[in-house]
Design a protein around this ligand. Structure first.
Ligand code: SF4
Length: 234
């Protein structure tokens, strides 16, 4: 399986300590992607190596998070890892762009997930403008599917000042249904499009103000994630 690396984190699964495994490859090319090195990385690890990595830290882990890249490019590998994580009694989370609803359904049918973070990068009808790929309908289908299975769902939007407007965030909130909505701060280092390196990072106080404005319209928890303050519940 193509795996770019892993970290131990206390912020990727709410307050749980988790091992985050970064699966390589992604069919998209979001201009603001900051996991550029994963998009076409050919580094491989065997399942046995991943299993040993999980086992060596299992005593202090609550969960394993499968992130990327887009993990569902390698659905069979994801299923193999999640099946093992379930078997040893840790919680499971998947980060996805929502581009593959059919592959996601395969995993949901196996009841392998406790928590999903789904990127909603734009209002569904504006996906091409913001990401370059017209995949809004697939992402909506993934969102509806997750909700129909009742898996805990966080929807995340990375706010890029030159790509998103306040109205875009308002429109996204009108279109989504999830337990949590998180506005993530754009970071301008190591991004796919070098032109975005000149774009100023949004001020976390402005993001918190925006989150405060949308909160009355969202039936769930609203958060802001920034380099300065980590994860803030608004
Ligand atoms: S931001 Fe996510 S979906 Fe977009 S190219 Fe990067 S890894 Fe893929």
């Amino acid at each position: 399986m193509f795996v770019g690396g892993s970290i131990i984190s206390s912020v990727e699964f709410h307050a749980n300590m988790s091992l985050v495994i970064f699966m390589s490859k992604c069919p998209l090319a979001c201009r603001y992607c900051h996991n550029v090195e994963l998009l076409d990385d050919d580094s491989e690890k065997s399942f046995e190596e991943i299993r040993q990595e999980i086992d060596s830290s299992a005593d202090f882990l609550d969960a394993v998070v499968i992130s990327g890249g887009e993990p569902l490019v390698q659905t069979d590998a994801v299923i193999e890892i999640l099946t093992y994580v379930r078997r040893i009694g840790l919680k499971t989370k998947l980060d996805t762009s929502g581009i593959y609803p059919d592959k996601l359904k395969k995993i949901l049918d196996l009841n392998l997930l406790d928590f999903i973070s789904l990127d909603v990068k734009a209002p569904f009808s504006k996906y091409r403008k913001i990401t370059g790929a017209d995949i809004g309908l697939e992402v909506k289908k993934s969102m509806d599917l997750i909700n129909s299975y009742g898996v805990h769902l966080e929807i995340r939007t990375t706010f890029v000042p030159t790509l998103h407007t306040k109205e875009d965030i308002m429109n996204i909130v009108d279109e989504i249904k999830s337990d949590v909505y998180t506005i993530q701060q754009f970071r301008n280092r190591n991004v796919l499009d070098p032109a975005l390196e000149k774009v100023e990072v949004p001020n976390p106080h402005d993001l918190a103000e925006l989150a405060g404005e949308i909160k009355p319209n969202f039936n769930g928890i609203v958060k802001v994630k920034s380099a300065e303050f980590g994860e803030q519940v608004i």
